[in-house]
Design a protein around this ligand. Sequence first.
Ligand code: AKB
Length: 328
Amino acid sequence: MEKILVIGACGQIGVELTLALRKKYGNENVLATDIKEEHPLLLGTGPFAILDAMDAEAVRALVKAPTPSGVGVPTESVGKKITTIYLLAALLSATGEKNPKLAWELNMGSLRQILDLSVDEKIKLFWPSSIAVFGVTAPRENTPQKTIIEPTTMYGITKYTGELLCQYYNRRFGLDVRSVRYPGLISWKSEPGGGTTDYAVEIYYEALKQGKYTCFLSENTYLPMMYMDDAIRATIEIMEVPVEKVQSRMAYNLSAMSFSPREIAEEIKKHIPSFEINYMPDLRQKIADSWPKSIDDSAARADWGWKPEFNLEKMTAEMLKNLKDKLK
Ligand code: AKB
């Protein structure tokens, strides 16, 4: 039986991943943790604990004894050790540039100690990377899986260093650690925080709330993006495929769609004709200009059958339909 620990469960990916894992493996078998208080969408869906991803002793203690006995907890899951960890705690690109020291300490400190713990306790590990690993020296269109990788942000540096560490721990200690390079992620359930791609979520909220949006990136800034449903499916798929299919222990490129602020605004206008957008690029423009415009994910497609389901049109219809209900 799988016993899963999600670290950073109250973040943008964490909330939806925890809910999807609970649906699949049973609520009591997925322990959600975060340094923040429990996200409202997780309340009552399964066990939750406050956990600082950098506190090695606390993480180790929880891994060894994750389930206290109690009312409603099946006896077979009491005392069962954690078998799989999803480590999602991280500072993203924009916040990372405001506090590069903390970005390094959190992103690297948490990964390093959880890699060691996973070796000691024979745990399978998922750790996310990002398109932020690529810098201006990589080809910007259809950026390949393997190319020149010279990240420009501290976030990108931690993600590339993390990928190298994951590969090292796999080769040196046989650790089953798997990873993908997420593009910008778009969801209506959980909020993003501190990223350069966050505009692509904000724009839907503001379209519904104000009928207009001021974008912090310029109109023709193309970035790779993905709807959260696809991202969650990719995450669970890569963790479930037989080990021999995971040919790369660096993170896999993942792609779904690529658009500019002008194009997403045009798509929104099909649903809200009066919607207005204007542009006021800030410091995040420089980060976006260093990232790929689109991604070649043929390795993920070939190795473990990755295939996205959402394009801009389908995602926009879903986002507006669901946010309309949420904002009522
Ligand atoms: C960010 O914008 O920092 C993240 C990412 C692309 O990893 N969404």
